[in-house]
Design a protein around this ligand. Structure first.
Ligand SMILES: Nc1ncnc2c1ncn2[C@@H]1O[C@H](COP(=O)(O)OP(=O)(O)OP(=O)(O)O)[C@@H](O)[C@H]1O
Length: 260
């Protein structure tokens, strides 16, 4: 059972989720209890189709649990809100807008006065190393650069919580490594909470303060493993024996749940 403290930001309390399908009702999630604290990065791994995205969608407010409750800052989640932003695997940049206009889109749609966000555009363009590309269109950018636009767009909205669904899945290994480091640096500076879904256990250990391993469907939480590294992490950490030990431990648990 999750315990409540003033640090608790996201709370899933005995959450179950069923879907009605043409073949009948399927139970996807069973009695999920999960607490995420302010500023914590929690990575979720689990067999394909076990319900990881469903958890994210419930925290985002796109879906409601069949029973149990999802709450944020002690308030039940009933719909999406500006405190949460979702970053999907596929980038969601608008191809007809330049990089700068993509970043401006969110604050403009929300009707925020220009004075509140104008300086943030240049700040985040620099953070994601796209200042020189501000007036280019997405088709002129690489996949990694488009993903950076996506992440900057998420940050412009200043959400307290980032919900990331395999955001670096389609990127090559080198780009992925740079993106992981950039994400850690950005989130450390702003103390954001992240729930990060990935199939890549090395990525989960590198980014997470905790790694959650789900069972196959109907999914439960199998393990909740604390990652004891400092928040300021360098990719060279991946070569350290303690990192390798944790990666192997989680890999073993993951293979075990896949075979259950
Ligand atoms: N709206 C829906 N209606 C019916 N079934 C659904 C719906 N959304 C998800 N499902 C089913 O729920 C299960 C869990 O889906 P979900 O996308 O959450 O899994 P996942 O762990 O994120 O998968 P993957 O790792 O392959 O991305 C799947 O069997 C999926 O087909």
């Amino acid at each position: 059972m999750s315990t409540l403290s003033s640090e608790n930001l996201i709370l899933l309390n005995n959450v179950c989720k069923d879907f009605d399908t043409p073949k009948g009702k399927i139970t996807v999630l069973q009695h999920i209890n999960l607490t995420v604290n302010k500023g914590e990065k929690v990575c979720i791994v689990g067999p394909s189709g076990c319900g990881k995205t469903t958890i994210l969608n419930m925290i985002a407010g796109f879906l409601q649990p069949s029973s149990g409750e999802v709450s944020i800052n002690g308030k039940k989640v009933v719909k999406p809100g500006p405190d949460r932003t979702v970053v999907f695997q596929k980038d969601s940049v608008f191809p007809w807008l330049t990089v700068r206009k993509n970043l401006e889109y969110g604050p403009k749609v929300r009707g925020l006065p220009r004075s509140e966000w104008e300086s943030k555009i240049d700040f985040y363009l620099e953070k994601v190393k796209l200042t020189e590309f501000a007036d280019r269109y997405p088709k002129e950018l690489s996949g990694g650069m488009r993903k950076r636009v996506d992440i900057a767009r998420a940050y412009i909205n200043s959400p307290e919580i980032l919900l990331m669904d395999e955001p670096f899945g389609p990127l090559d290994v080198m780009t992925k490594e740079v993106m992981q480091k950039d994400l850690l640096d950005l989130t450390r500076e702003e103390n954001k909470s992240i729930i990060f879904i990935t199939h890549d256990i090395e990525e989960a250990v590198f980014l997470g303060d905790r790694v959650i391993v789900m069972t196959a469907r109907p999914a439960k939480i199998h393990s909740d493993i604390k990652i004891p590294f400092p928040k300021d992490r360098d990719p060279s950490l991946k070569m350290e024996p303690e990192f390798q030990r944790l990666r192997k431990q989680i890999d073993g648990i993951f293979k075990g749940v896949e075979q259950e």
